[in-house]
Structures are given as structure tokens and as C-alpha cells.
Design a protein around this ligand. Structure first.
Ligand code: NAD
Length: 480
């Protein structure tokens, strides 16, 4: 076993979890905190033998787990959710320390949602087999059979939330799973393994293999024995994963980046829009579904800019482990350089800083909440995902110009539209994204579809969409 990692009085295993047991690698990599660059410990690096062991364990566990009915699996998953609940504060402290996620978000959003991700899908799997189609000729017994061994790969910006969002439906449907956590923030996923073990999930049903994406992750997704790959992360990685899975004709679900418009119509409630606008800096802008391209009607641009600036000046930048902090660190020094580079090149190209633009004095991995304006649609900062506390602002004269700008990137994840409800809804109908919030932000329901179009993803998660992906759907036709 490698040395356990101590965080806020809790002990976290840095090792894999395979076939119900902790397995250590001789090779390890360093894990640092984004808050103060402290060395938190060393994490086991998955090698081909660990990937092989995990796949064999998941394959061996599949027949018995998949043979259970959804009702028989439900108590296991309810206990899994309860065990997550028992570790709530530890999960909050640990993910805040290793990923820099705001403690307030962890306590009030992420952990309750992680529990729900498991228990909700366990409940909703119960009526999956109960949806016959009746015609004059026949009864079609539509069956959702578990697909097999599923690999789940998640990013560092929301490891607990996104891992459980995939594990819940995959396990509830009767699959066995291998989770490859993000190497920059792997610890909350290790705690998930503790929760699964305490809940009595049979060995091999849920496995965790730690390691880097380019090695461990790539080995996992290239295996022909997999039934599904479920991925959330960046576009370049998604292309590699799709190629690897495609070579074996393994279906994959891809939830990717965004460059979502935050639209402020002329008839918007400016103060409300500005209050919500400032929320886009939460988690230092490392939120895939945030509205990052502000598109503001030219007649309200000045008022909106002033109102949002006033909101941004109130934001508390600091240590994410303090409940009151609203903007925390950027995950990795490399990512800080990437964010700064976008701003420097935009300014060198003639863009204007409405606020921010510099590294933040709080710490080496902090950047000021920033707004860049004076941009062309073709500018790289308008076209590419920054994934930091850097937003852009462009103005429009009418709805036609707005729609062209809103749809004028390769991404299509989400959006926000502030305006008179009827007007905003009409605009939303024309915006090409997977979802869009009217006069609000972040309202989610587990039954609703979630996912992006264009470069923002392939497939949908949530409710029945998750089950459609994680199951082999079969039609048993019984003539009348
Ligand atoms: P990333 O693509 O670099 O890494 C994501 C995961 O993929 C990590 O676990 C990594 O180890 C693994 N990986 C990397 N290379 C791999 C390979 N060749 N084969 C298999 N696995 C590999 O993404 P990131 O930087 O961790 O996360 C940020 C990105 O995630 C942003 O683009 C963000 O928008 C996106 N994201 C999307 C959503 C969504 O729901 N659409 C949610 C959160 C984050």
C-alpha cells in the first residue's frame, strides 16, 4: 500500500480499488493542491496489469450483478448513497483541497447531488422493463438489458459529481464499472470506493483505477472487452477516446467543453442578469456549463456592464475551504499559464479589459475575474474554451445579429438568456445548444436531458437518456 493521504483529519487511499480490494502500484505520481501547491501525497499510477485486473474483475462480477432485478440492486445502491452521505464532510474537505472546488458548493450542491445521482437512478431503473408497446398485431416487450463492462472517465473540475452522475445509471442498469478519476484531482473518487465497499457492493462491480489519461486512460478505453465508454472532458481527449472505442465499435458518450452564450436582451432585468453574470466566475470559471460569452444588446450594454462590474467587485476571491469564498484557484500551474495567454493575446490584438486581466495576488494559481470586450467573432478568445475566470462581452443590434453570434462557434453546450420571458424563449428556440436557461442559471433535474451538440458532445445523459446509453435495448415481439 502507498502512504495514505491525510486531509482535514480524514485518511484517503492513494491506491486503486480492484475486485473489492485496495491494490497499490509501485509507480506513483505526485498530487499537489491548487490552493497553495502543497504536496498532498503520491497516487498509484495504473499500469497494464492494473487495467487488466480491473477488466477481469468487472467481467467476472457482471453475470451475477446483471442477473439481479433492478429491485434487488436498489438496496445496494441506496446503501451506497447512504455511505456517501456518511462521508459528506470528508468528501467536501478532500475535493476542496485537491481540486480547489468551493467548500460551499460541495456542501450545499455537490455532495447532496452525488447521493441523489446514485439513489435516483436506482429508483428509476425500477420501471425500465415495464414499457410495452401495444399494436393491433402484437405486443412489443421492450427490454433494457445491461450492456456489460463500462469504463467511466471524468475531469478534474467536478470529479465527485460527474463520476456519480455516470455510476448511478450504469450500476442501476446492471453494468459493472471501472472508474478512471482525473489525475489532477483523484481523491474524492477514491473515497467513493470506500463508500461502495462499506455499502457491500459485490467485489468487481465498481472498480477504480488511478493514473494519467494518456497511459492508464488510453489503455482502458482501447480494450475490446468493454461494452460502453462514458467520458466527460475536453474535445481533444474525446477525439482520442472516440477513435479507440470506434476501433472496437464500442459506443461512447461524450460530454465536452462549452463556449456558451450569456444573452442579455434589451428587455432584460439588468440587475438580475448582472447578479447571475457574476456567478459565472464561481469555481474560477472552471464550469463546463457556465455562460462565458456575454452577448448584450447595444442599448443596455453600458448599464449592464456597470451593474455586473459592481457585482464582480463584491466577489470574494480566496481559499475555497472557507464557506464564504466565491472564486477559488485554477487547478494547475499549466492551466494558469493557458488562461493568462488567452488574455495577453486578446489585449495584444486590440481587445479591451473591462475588469481584471492579471494574476490575482491571493496565490500563484489565482487569476482575477476578467471581462474582455472589443472583440471580433473570429477572435480565439471568442471561439475557444478558456476554462478559467475569463469572460468575453460583445454587443448586438438586433435578434438576427444575436443569433448569428450565439451560434457562431464550434461549441453548442448550453446558454443563458435574460429578457422578457416570451422574447427570451423565442430566442432560445433558435440558439443551437443542448440546453438553455431563461432568466436563471443552473436549474437541473435528473430526469431532464443533458448534453451538447457540435463539438460539445455526442449523446445525452439524464433520466431515460442515461439508461438508453448504458443498456442494450431489445424488442421481444409477441403476436396477438
Ligand atoms: P481532459 O480531457 O484533459 O481529461 C478528462 C479525463 O480524461 C481525465 O480523467 C484524463 O485523465 C482522461 N484522459 C486524458 N487523455 C486520455 C486518453 N487518451 N484516453 C483516455 N482518457 C484520457 O479534460 P480536463 O481538462 O480534465 O477537464 C476539462 C474539460 O472537461 C473542459 O473542456 C470542460 O468543459 C469539460 N467538461 C465538460 C462537462 C460536460 O458535462 N459537458 C463537464 C465538466 C467538464
Amino acid at each position: 500500500m502507498n502512504t495514505p493521504i491525510e486531509i482535514a483529519g480524514a485518511t484517503v487511499s492513494p491506491d486503486h480499488f480492484i475486485n473489492g480490494k485496495r491494490v497499490a502500484s509501485a509507480d506513483t505520481f505526485e498530487l499537489h493542491s491548487p490552493i497553495d501547491q502543497a504536496l498532498l501525497g503520491r497516487i498509484s499510477e495504473g499500469r497494464p496489469e492494473h487495467v487488466e485486473a480491473a477488466i477481469q474483475a468487472a467481467e467476472a462480477a457482471f453475470p451475477a450483478w446483471s442477473a439481479l432485478s433492478a429491485a434487488e440492486r436498489k438496496p445496494y445502491l441506496d446503501r451506497f448513497a447512504e455511505e456517501i452521505g456518511k462521508r459528506a464532510e470528508t468528501l467536501c474537505q478532500v475535493e476542496s483541497r485537491d481540486a480547489g472546488v468551493l467548500l460551499s458548493r460541495m456542501r450545499h450542491g455537490v455532495v447532496p447531488r452525488a447521493m441523489l445521482n446514485i439513489s435516483w437512478f436506482a429508483e428509476h431503473a425500477l420501471d425500465l422493463q415495464n414499457r410495452p408497446i401495444e399494436t393491433e398485431q402484437a405486443q412489443h416487450l421492450v427490454r433494457h438489458a445491461p450492456a456489460g463492462v463500462v469504463v467511466i472517465i471524468t475531469p478534474w473540475n467536478a470529479p465527485l459529481m460527474l463520476s456519480t452522475w455516470k455510476l448511478g445509471p450504469a450500476l442501476a442498469a446492471g453494468n459493472t464499472c471501472i472508474l478512471k478519476p482525473p489525475e489532477w484531482a483523484p481523491l474524492s473518487c477514491s473515497l467513493l470506493a470506500d463508500a461502495a465497499q462499506a455499502a457491500g457492493l459485490p467485489p468487481g462491480v465498481f472498480n477504480v483505477v488511478q493514473g494519467a489519461g494518456a497511459t492508464t486512460g488510453a489503455q482502458l478505453v482501447a480494450d475490446p472487452r468493454l461494452a460502453r465508454v462514458s467520458f466527460t472532458g475536453s474535445v481533444p481527449t474525446a477525439k482520442l477516446i472516440a477513435q479507440a472505442a470506434g476501433a472496437n465499435l464500442v459506443p461512447c458518450s461524450l460530454e465536452l467543453g462549452g463556449k456558451s452564450p450569456f444573452i442579455v436582451l434589451e428587455d432584460a432585468d439588468i440587475d438580475n442578469a448582472a447578479r447571475t453574470g457574476a456567478l459565472m466566475y464561481r469555481n474560477a470559471g472552471q464550469v463546463c456549463l457556465a455562460g462565458t460569452r456575454f452577448l448584450v444588446h447595444e442599448r443596455v450594454a453600458e448599464a449592464f456592464t456597470a451593474a455586473m462590474k459592481a457585482q464582480v467587485e463584491q466577489l470574494k476571491v480566496g481559499d475555497p475551504r472557507e464557506e464564504s469564498t466565491e472564486v477559488g484557484p485554477i487547478i494547475h500551474p499549466r492551466q494558469v499559464g493557458r488562461v493568462a495567454g488567452f488574455v495577453e493575446r486578446a489585449v495584444a490584438g486590440g481587445a479591451k479589459l473591462l475588469w481584471g486581466g492579471q494574476r490575482h495576488a491571493f496565490g500563484a494559481q489565482y487569476f482575477q475575474p476578467t471581462m474582455v470586450s472589443g472583440l471580433k467573432q473570429s477572435d480565439e478568445i471568442v471561439q475557444n474554451e478558456v476554462f478559467g475566470p475569463v469572460l468575453t462581452l460583445q454587443t448586438f443590434a438586433d435578434d438576427e445579429q444575436l443569433i448569428a453570434m450565439a451560434n457562431g462557434t464550434d461549441y453548442g453546450l448550453g446558454g443563458v438568456c435574460y429578457g422578457e420571458t416570451g422574447h427570451a424563449t423565442a430566442v432560445a428556440e433558435r440558439v443551437r445548444t443542448g440546453f438553455i436557461w431563461i432568466n436563471s442559471f443552473g436549474i437541473r433535474d435528473l430526469a431532464a436531458p443533458f448534453g451538447g451538440i457540435k463539438r460539445s458532445g455526442v449523446g445525452r445523459e439524464g433520466g431515460d437518456w442515461s439508461f438508453e446509453f448504458f443498456c442494450d435495448v431489445k424488442d421481444i415481439v409477441v403476436p396477438k
